[in-house]
Design a protein around this ligand. Sequence first.
Ligand code: OAD
Length: 241
Amino acid sequence: MDQQVNKLREFLRDAKRVAVITGAGVSAESGVPTFRGKEGLWRDYDPTVLATPQAFREDPKLVWEWYDWRRGLIATCLPNPAHEAIAKLEASCEDFLLITQNVDGLHHLAGSQNIAEMHGNIWRVRRSAPPHREWEDRTHPLADIPPRDHDGTLLRPAVVWYGEMLPSQETAKVERFFSDPPDLVIVVGTSAQITWLIGYVQQFRATGIRVVEVNLEPTGLSGIVDLTIRGRAGAVLPKVL
Ligand code: OAD
């Protein structure tokens, strides 16, 4: 692993504009469960009854109970050395964007600034009917499930569910950043099963952008990236910096 870590160090030395893409593996060492794999959430819970607009229409109470439970769990978690290393990397780059699939907000807590939260944030709520206002709400446990706005409109977690569009503000950030190709993209702790992510990485490779993966296990990206580092994000990333 040390050889690969040195290689990434070398890549970083030459890089001015860097993007990092993260997934649940980055928060695993903070105690936030991942989705897939042996102890992943999707082993015990069915995404189709918890993470789709249809599931919310059919049973908002069940969906909110699950999100209230996850909020409680995440509230006890702190950023780990991987989050901290990513925040440090941002501070040392001329231009930097962090693209995350995580909704836990731990990158913010670690001090990362320029973030595109592609799947939203579990600490924000949104009205489910117009006007679709959205705001931060860190209440836990929620007093009433499902929570409602003053006029009785159901609130929903401001996260992206299966079948929904990505938030346009966040995709615009990403498109803006990549309109001038970065020198390096580091993909950390994701099983890379989400279409937009695979699409981006294929696009980067096609335009000759260097891509490095940090993951405990091989993924669908491992064969197409320039370098794969097999290890814990919380051990590898601080070493690189
Ligand atoms: P997954 O649970 O699919 O994948 C987690 C990845 O992290 C796996 O590849 C693990 O090998 C790796 N991993 C675990 N611990 C690690 C560690 N300490 N260091 C490095 N790697 C580690 O999570 P995501 O890929 O983030 O979407 O899942 C993507 C999306 O699918 C989520 O945002 C969620 C889910 O369904 C929605 O809910 C819309």
